[in-house]
Design a protein around this ligand. Structure first.
Ligand code: NAP
Length: 241
């Protein structure tokens, strides 16, 4: 059985991706950091769609935690493979650069960029051997244009886009594709503190996006229909730039 590993799948965009990908033909590995109740409820919804589900708690920013969780999963699933990885786990810790402390800088880079590195490196070997894989990275509009108050977040997401382009060239000959999606404002816990009524005026489509809309795009990139797309960053932002 092939599985899709989605990091940060207990809430928001990651949870929507897990629900969207879940099927009797594709198992789901739900990674989360600390919110086990939310993760279990996503797992239930995925099982209702006929999918096999594994719940894996680990901090994507910890090399040791990533390695030991995935080693254990592989040992318990000798007949199964991870054919799709969605690097979605991410945090915000906004501040103007002049007030930003090192912890705010480091935690955001650690989660988005080091998380991508630890998780992807761990599953890559098996994808390359089997000549089959889809790696999808959840970047952000912030990583394309930069947003004030988000030097840490913009840097992490821009670096993720750079790594997407580099890795796509490395693994293309083995039929593994690597792409990024760059959402604008999407309704989730991460944006719950933002004033939607004001900010949506900046968006040509005049609303925030839904996690399910990002999930549809990720599902397309994970599908056979996207076999000839790699190294791309696809925006999903209602026309905002
Ligand atoms: P969210 O609602 O805050 O959910 C974040 C998810 O990431 C949760 O499942 C959380 O797990 C998990 N997570 C956080 N740190 C983690 C860690 N160290 N290890 C493992 N899991 C971790 O965020 P969201 O809005 O869905 O965002 C998902 C992704 O989309 C992020 O990469 C974000 O940067 C990106 N994005 C979001 C927007 C937006 O407008 N919402 C726009 C552009 C890009 P717990 O539940 O256990 O805490």
């Amino acid at each position: 059985m092939n599985y899709a590993l989605i990091t940060g799948a207990s809430r928001g965009i990651g949870a929507a991706i897990a629900r969207r990908l879940a099927s009797p033909r594709l198992g789901i590995i739900i990674n989360y950091h600390s919110n086990s109740t939310a993760a279990e409820s996503v797992a239930r919804e995925c099982r209702e769609k006929g999918a096999e589900v594994s719940l894996l708690q680990f901090d994507v920013a910890s090399e040791q935690a990533v390695d030991s969780a995935l080693e254990q999963w592989e040992a318990e699933h000798p007949e199964d493979n991870i054919s799709v990885v969605v690097n979605n786990a991410g945090i915000r810790s906004d501040n103007l650069m002049i007030f930003m402390n090192y912890d705010q800088w480091r935690s955001v880079i650690d989660t988005t960029l080091n998380g991508f590195f630890f998780v992807t490196r761990r599953v890559l070997k098996s994808m390359l051997t089997r000549r089959n894989g889809r790696i999808i990275n959840v970047a952000s509009l912030s990583g394309l244009k930069g947003l004030p108050g988000q030097a840490n977040y913009s840097a992490a997401k821009a670096a993720l886009i750079g790594a997407t382009k580099a890795l796509a060239q490395e693994v293309g000959p083995r039929k593994v594709t690597v792409n990024a999606v760059a959402p604008g404002f999407i309704e989730s816990d991460m944006t719950a503190d933002l004033d939607q009524s004001q900010l949506r005026k900046m968006v040509p489509l005049n609303r925030f996006g839904k996690a399910e809309e990002v999930a549809d795009l990720v599902a397309f990139l994970a599908s056979d229909s996207a076999a000839y797309i790699t190294g791309e960053t696809i925006s999903i932002n209602g026309g905002l730039y």
